[in-house]
Write a protein that binds this ligand. Structure first.
Ligand code: ATP
Length: 512
């Protein structure tokens, strides 16, 4: 299936099965803002909870907090967001569409990589067994030509971004003959800076209102609480503070469903370390976060690290964990060595000392920080796009099935009476009322059993438990496995154990 069709399928599946709706849909929607439906909310909660367990509960040196969205406006001056939280934007004069200049160039560079891969694929087919891929990559004239050109563009791009040189960005777009995907034309405006923060007013009277910003990241709520948390939790460096919560960015281009939203949720952790040890910890967290993703069991080749072309004003090392989304490899999570920039700056702007006395060194200092930052909605998109499969079955039919890791599945078990009579519904209800104390489960008696199985497959329920006439006699039921569709007859007394074993998150946590 073409990438675009696959992505469209995922979006319509999300809507049809109650995972995600366009916000304000009956008013024709609000751009890049989404609501989560019943199953979507369960899935989102499960992903958040898995992150929280791995990052807070499972670790003795990370404290979880929940800071407010509204914060003192000076915080955003201190953090650099008022002056530097900008994206370079460019408009196409023919289509009137707006783009991020950096994204246009990144997409151009990704296309050059694709071209190289296509050349390699072609050669692989041509040469068969004898094909020496490394040699081909190193010597083929066509590949070298593409690569050298792309490397030169990449260098210019890095320099332009680091120097905030907007004219140079436009120059790259022109020289690479990048066209607008809508109009196909190269009729571009100049590149301008655009601040991504939303502002609002606090106070009864608009005129005396204080301008507030909706936080564009949750991290600052952690920095300004550093001493509060350190003292009250009696943590010693190295230690971390984590939180999940909403963030807001007035994104210029927001066309990829929940990949880029204007209101979204982040899961962030700031790890405070001794100055000088930050790069060691940066590597440590790179490895740990990738391991967290791998525990979900999706193919490992769908993840890769990418170093940032431009380091943010606060960072001395930064990379992304990229994921193979239906529209290509894109950032899923960022890992940043933020130095002491934020704490130092808050010390300066607030006039309050933000130092840590290190008993090991017998001296005080401003800690350095390594951050891990992942978008919950982006993680949701990664999970759902990886899990949705259309399977052809032996009988010629097909089924849509969401092969979620069981501990993330919104509904863990469905309890289904084979027919709506003969005491089967009552018996099924009894099982439902026992299981509901442990996991989110569903009772369903509507439609044929085949249709009910399909419905549960489409929302990713790992277990379907069917009560039939034999159940009345010998107190057994069938349990159907979502992925293999195999059914096994088991004693009702065993059901809790069987369901719990499969949906347990502990084995995944132990692999971290
Ligand atoms: P991008 O380059 O895609 O704009 P970023 O580098 O600005 O992302 P960070 O500031 O590092 O992103 O934010 C950390 C994480 O928050 C990202 O890895 C992503 O998962 C998530 N995130 C950022 N912006 C958005 C958004 N507009 N919608 C959904 N998730 C987002």
């Amino acid at each position: 299936m073409e990438q675009e069709d696959r992505f469209r399928n995922i979006i319509s599946h999300c809507k049809e099965y109650g995972f995600i709706f366009q916000s304000s849909e009956i008013y024709d929607g609000l751009s890049a803002v989404y609501d989560y439906g019943g199953y979507g909310t369960e899935l989102k909660n499960n992903i958040r909870s898995y992150w929280w367990k791995a990052m807070v509960q499972y670790r003795e040196n990370i404290v979880g907090i929940d800071s407010a969205i509204f914060m003192h406006p000076t915080i955003w001056k201190a953090s650099g967001h008022v002056d530097a939280f900008n994206d370079p934007l460019i408009d196409n004069k023919d289509s009137k569409k707006r783009y991020r200049a950096d994204t246009l160039i990144e997409d151009y560079l990704a296309k050059q990589d694709d071209k190289i891969e296509k050349e390699v694929e072609k050669a692989k087919k041509r040469f068969g067994e004898k094909f020496d891929e490394p040699l081909f990559r190193a010597t083929n004239a066509r590949i070298l030509e593409i690569k050298n050109k792309a490397d030169a563009v990449s260098e210019r791009f890095k320099k332009a971004m680091n120097e905030n040189d907007l004219a140079a960005l436009k120059g790259i777009i022109e020289d690479c003959e990048i066209v607008c995907p809508i109009s196909g034309s190269r009729n571009w405006t100049d590149v301008r800076q655009f601040n991504l923060m939303f502002s609002t007013g606090m106070g009864a009277m608009e005129e005396n209102a204080n301008t507030l910003y909706l936080r564009p990241e949750t991290a600052q709520g952690i920095f300004v609480n550093f001493l509060n948390v350190q003292k009250t939790s009696r943590m010693k460096i190295p230690f971390g503070i984590a939180q999940t919560g909403k963030a807001f960015r007035n994104e210029i281009v927001a066309r990829q469903f929940i990949f880029r939203m204007r209101e979204f949720e982040q899961m962030e952790m700031q790890f405070f370390v001794q100055p000088g040890s930050e790069l060691e910890w940066y590597n440590y967290w790179k490895e740990k976060r990738l391991a967290w993703h791998h525990t979900l069991g999706f193919p490992k080749e769908n993840y890769r690290f990418k170093d940032h072309a431009k380091l943010a004003h606060y960072a001395n090392a930064a990379c992304d964990i990229e994921f193979a989304f239906p529209f290509g490899f894109k950032e899923l999570e960022g890992i940043h060595s933020r130095t002491d920039f934020d704490l130092k700056s808050h010390e300066k702007f607030s006039g309050k000392k933000i130092q840590y006395f290190d008993p090991e060194l017998n001296s005080s200092y401003i800690p350095y920080v390594v951050e891990t930052s992942i978008g919950l909605d982006r993680m949701f998109l990664a999970v759902i796009s990886q899990s949705l499969v259309n399977e052809k079955l032996d009988d010629g039919t097909d089924r849509d099935v969401l092969k979620f890791p069981p501990f993330l599945a919104p509904v863990k078990a469905a309890i289904l009476p084979l027919v709506k009579k003969d005491g089967l519904p009552e018996m099924a209800m009894e099982i439902f009322h026992r299981l509901k104390f442990m996991v989110y489960c569903q009772y369903d008696e509507k439609d044929s059993i085949g249709k009910r199985y399909r419905r549960q497959d489409a929302i990713g329920t790992p277990w379907c438990i069917t009560v039939d006439h034999q159940s009345l006699q010998d107190k057994t039921v069938t349990v159907r496995d979502r992925d293999t569709m195999k059914q096994e007859r088991v004693a009702i007394a065993e059901i809790e154990r069987i369901v719990m074993e499969k949906v347990d998150v502990i084995p995944a946590l132990k692999r971290l």
